[in-house]
Design a binder for this molecule. Structure first.
Ligand code: OTU
Length: 587
């Protein structure tokens, strides 16, 4: 007879007997990491054991509520843990309102996604946001309500079911670093609820100054500083991003418990992937920049263990926009996995830098600093997203800021618009490539996308780039947006361009055809699956990037406006390839 631990008994409490065996198996596999990580974070607090057992009871209740269709998905994905690494996977990221008006409108776009070969849809924040200015939905007022402008929870469930039917996974943001200042937790704190106050970091002026000395700033112009004085709180509230986004205090176990439960409730609505926003910022330590702290990783490992027990079909994606050397930690290791996916943000940035410098050196350096990944993990590769391109994260590879400032200037003088004091750039892919229909502009657009498609990761398109959508400066007329130039790349889906997608005489048609050709080629090339290692091969010209993948794939990328002739003997093959300016060859 085996004795059952108290924690396991609590997990199984309300679970039907038929599900006990699966739950016990998963618990046995993940309990050690879960209890160890939470013990290291919170074990010193009184009542920790009782808290831990209660946490498991809560997880058990959410497991009991998991719909049968999602349980089936859990089982299938447990049997095929690399399901998201296939070369047939393709992501697409869009705002609900810009793409479809509302959730029902997004459903109407499924045919477009299928035509492109999309299997993974990241919808930018769609939960009920703060009233008024809300950072594009990144200030969440409720984890359990859909933004009423976009529909209802029933519409969300309907959309996830339709996407599943179409073979498309839905990725939702989980903004776990902060909540809006009108979220009930913040409201409770402001009206004197001490339990709610403990969800946040409230500091006196000296303490805030002490932290500020070593902190960076995410929006130095739009939202300077990291603290906001809130009279109702009688102190300075930690607000890394906008003043209305209050950082959560993960030193308080109640915060972890509440956020983990919110995640599982959303997972039960059919969300497949959570984009864990601002993961780097979860733990604060005096004297540091309060990014990438070891405890942030312990939190993510604990969260992953919970997902693996309660909803193993669900993926976690780290959004940590940090230097290359900090990125691999977000995958954890075989003993304690963290996220399944992480944005390869410096690869993205280096691709743009290489285009500006007409030299692939920074891509080579980033690739060299990118270790192979454990099984069941993959990079998320991309060209553009709703945010800016932050050049400073390439400092280690670039050697000095002047070099990056020159890259920034190159874009900020044409096509792009400067952000964060000039060390970041906004603009759509087509604008940054200077693509207005010209052959060269098109090749630049395809070159940067080719890198994302070949490197070894789940590639994700940003809405509108498939149609070479242009910058949209209409945000300047809106006082709530004018200070934040990221809005320049957040235009509504362009119906006119969409109607031109099969017309090769239009810029939209040329971009669409070119991208579809690359996507198809990737899909047909097993060597391009996310797991297979990526090797950068020596190249005779600084502008040439030569990538080898898997058994046989060789990708050649010309990051210059010069024509290059490549002797394939260097790669153990016969013949030569000539690459037009900005052209690429997949062999
Ligand atoms: C993320 O961003 C989101 O992608 C942004 O859209 C939000 O404004 C922000 O969080 C707050 O929720 O630092 O790693 O430089 O790259 O703000 C998290 C701009 C982040 C973004 C940065 C980013």
């Amino acid at each position: 007879m085996t004795t059952m631990s108290h924690s396991l008994r609590r997990l199984l409490e309300v679970l039907p007997a038929g599900r006990h065996a699966d739950a016990e198996r998963r618990f046995a596999r993940h309990e050690a990491v879960l209890s160890d990580r939470l013990h290291r974070l919170y074990g010193h607090l009184p009542g920790h054991t009782a808290w831990f057992d209660n946490l498991l009871a809560g997880i058990g209740r959410l497991m009991a509520a998991r719909p049968a269709a999602l349980q089936a998905l859990d089982a299938a994905r447990e049997d095929d843990p690399n399901w998201f690494c296939a070369p047939t996977m393709l992501g697409y990221s869009a705002y609900v309102d810009k793409f479809g008006g509302d959730l029902r409108g997004v459903k109407e776009r499924i045919p477009h996604l299928r035509d492109l070969g999309v299997t993974y849809l990241h919808l930018l924040p769609f939960l009920r946001p703060r009233a008024g200015e809300n950072d594009g939905g990144f200030a969440v007022a409720s984890f359990d309500e859909v933004d009423p402008r976009f529909g209802t929870m029933a519409d969300l469930e309907d959309l996830t079911a339709a996407l599943r039917e179409a073979g498309i996974s839905l990725c939702s943001d989980l903004i776990l670093n902060h909540v809006a200042d009108d979220h009930p937790w913040a409201q409770g704190a402001m009206t004197g609820d001490t339990a709610m106050r403990a969800f946040f970091h409230v500091l006196d002026e000296d303490k805030a100054h002490a932290y500020e000395r070593t902190l960076g700033q995410v929006f130095p112009q739009a939202a300077p500083g990291n603290f906001t004085h809130v009279d109702a709180m009688g102190g300075w509230v930690w607000t890394t991003f906008y003043p209305f986004q209050w950082d959560l205090n993960y030193a308080n176990p109640a915060v972890f418990e509440a956020v983990a439960a919110a995640l599982l409730r959303l997972a039960n609505r059919g969300i497949d992937v959570f984009r864990l926003d601002s993961t780097a910022f979860l733990w604060k330590r005096l004297g540091t920049d309060c990014m990438n702290q070891p405890e942030a990783h312990l939190l993510l490992q604990a969260l992953r263990a919970i997902v693996d027990i309660a909803a193993p079909g669900v993926l976690l994606k780290a959004e940590a926009i940090v230097p290359t050397r900090e990125l691999p930690a977000y995958f954890g290791d075989a003993a304690a996995p963290e996220c399944h996916l992480a944005y390869h943000s410096t690869l993205m940035t280096a691709g743009w830098a290489a285009l500006a410098e007409e030299d692939a050196g920074l891509v080579r350096a980033v690739a060299a600093a990118t270790p192979p990944l454990p099984s069941g993990a993959s990079w998320l590769t991309y060209v553009r997203c709703h945010d800016d391109i932050g050049w400073k994260h390439l400092l280690a590879e670039a050697g000095n800021l002047d070099r990056l400032a020159a890259v920034a200037r190159c874009y900020n003088e044409k096509g792009g618009i400067g952000f964060q004091g000039g060390l970041a750039t906004n603009g759509t892919a087509a604008a940054l490539c200077g693509f207005d229909g010209s052959d060269e502009g098109l090749r630049r657009l395809l070159l940067v996308h080719g890198l994302a498609l070949c490197f070894g990761g789940l590639p994700m398109l940003y809405m509108g780039d498939e149609l070479a959508m242009a910058n949209d400066d209409s945000y300047l007329a809106d006082p709530a947006k004018a200070h934040d130039s990221r809005w320049i790349q957040r235009a509504p889906f362009d119906e006119t361009r969409y109607a031109q997608r099969d017309d090769a005489s239009t810029p939209a048609g040329r971009a669409y055809a070119g991208l579809r050709r690359l996507i198809k080629q990737r899909r047909d090339t097993p060597d391009l699956a996310a797991g297979a290692p990526c090797t950068v091969l020596p190249a005779g010209d600084p502008a040439l990037l030569a990538l080898a993948r898997g058994e046989r794939f060789l990708g050649l990328f010309n990051f210059s406006g010069r024509e290059l002739t490549v002797d394939l003997a260097a790669y153990g093959r016969a013949g030569t390839v000539s690459l037009a300016p900005w052209d690429q060859a997949w062999l």
